[in-house]
Write a protein that binds this ligand. Structure first.
Ligand code: PGA
Length: 256
């Protein structure tokens, strides 16, 4: 099946409103000059910037907007949380769920990821479920069981149609952020073979994330089951994101 290559960035906890607007204006100008067929770009700002970023995007843009988290309830006494309908109201189409930083620091569990995936699907948005093992799990040779448990737990009970709207990002914890080290393609073949067997054609995409940059993007997109990249630092400045979009657009996997 031909489908677009997903290239997305989470800005994590960076950018003022001004910086967010400048980035998105630049991205919109760039895309107006440089059509990128076969690529599905997405941008996931901090909550404070979501509506402002949405306002800067021209109507009909190919850029999908996302949020980095959302609660499973639609509304209520949940101080500090944001619901899926609120995220949708601000313009989000994608909801990131279960990033390892949220699992590690904010108590996200397999059960909360399951509740959040269900809430996102209920409101017609796209869940972007992040999974990935620690260095310890990897060294114990337990990666496959661990990531399949994380995915299976979060996606438990979904119909084929619902699963077909889910994006999965495999992001090994040891490869994320400035304390991480970039994974080699060889290290990623087995986890992606496992994920591909279980979810490959049944979900909207299988993305890789963790120290992605313009130097390794081509090799990462070459892994059989990979249909997109989810990027932090290397896309926080617009030129880095543009380079990644161009690499994807030139890739034979980009649907035309
Ligand atoms: P990184 O972050 O690209 O900065 O390693 C990736 C992620 O956390 O999704």
């Amino acid at each position: 099946m031909e489908r677009a290559l997903w290239i997305g960035t989470s800005w994590k906890m960076t950018k003022t409103l001004d910086a967010a607007r400048r980035y998105i204006r630049g991205l919109a100008d760039y895309l107006a000059r440089t059509p990128l067929p076969g690529v599905a770009p997405f941008v996931i700002p901090s909550f404070t910037a979501v509506a402002a970023v949405g306002d800067e995007l021209p109507s009909g843009t190919q850029v999908l907007l996302g949020v980095q988290n959302a609660h499973w309830e639609d509304e209520g006494a949940w101080t500090g949380e944001v619901s899926v309908p609120q995220a949708a109201d601000a313009g989000a189409r994608i909801v990131e769920i279960g990033h390892s930083e949220r699992r590690e620091h904010f108590g996200e569990t397999v059960e909360t990821t399951r509740l959040k995936v269900a809430a996102v699907l209920r409101h017609g948005l796209i869940p972007l479920l992040c999974i990935g093992e620690s260095d310890e799990v990897k060294r114990a040779g337990d990666t496959s069981r661990f990531i399949l448990d994380q995915a299976g737990g979060a996606l438990d009970g979904l119909s084929d149609d619902q699963l077909g709207r889910v994006l999965i990002a495999y992001e090994p914890i040891w490869a994320i952020g400035d304390k991480g080290r970039a994974a080699t393609v060889e290290e990623l073949r087995a986890p992606f073979a496992d994920l591909g067997r279980e979810y490959g054609d049944r979900t909207a995409g299988l993305l890789y994330g963790g120290s992605v940059n313009p130097d390794n993007a081509l090799d990462l997109l070459g892994i059989d089951q990979v249909t997109g990249l989810f990027v932090g630092r290397a896309a926080w400045e617009l030129p880095g994101f543009q380079q990644l979009l161009e690499i994807a657009a030139a890739h034979p996997k980009a649907a035309r």
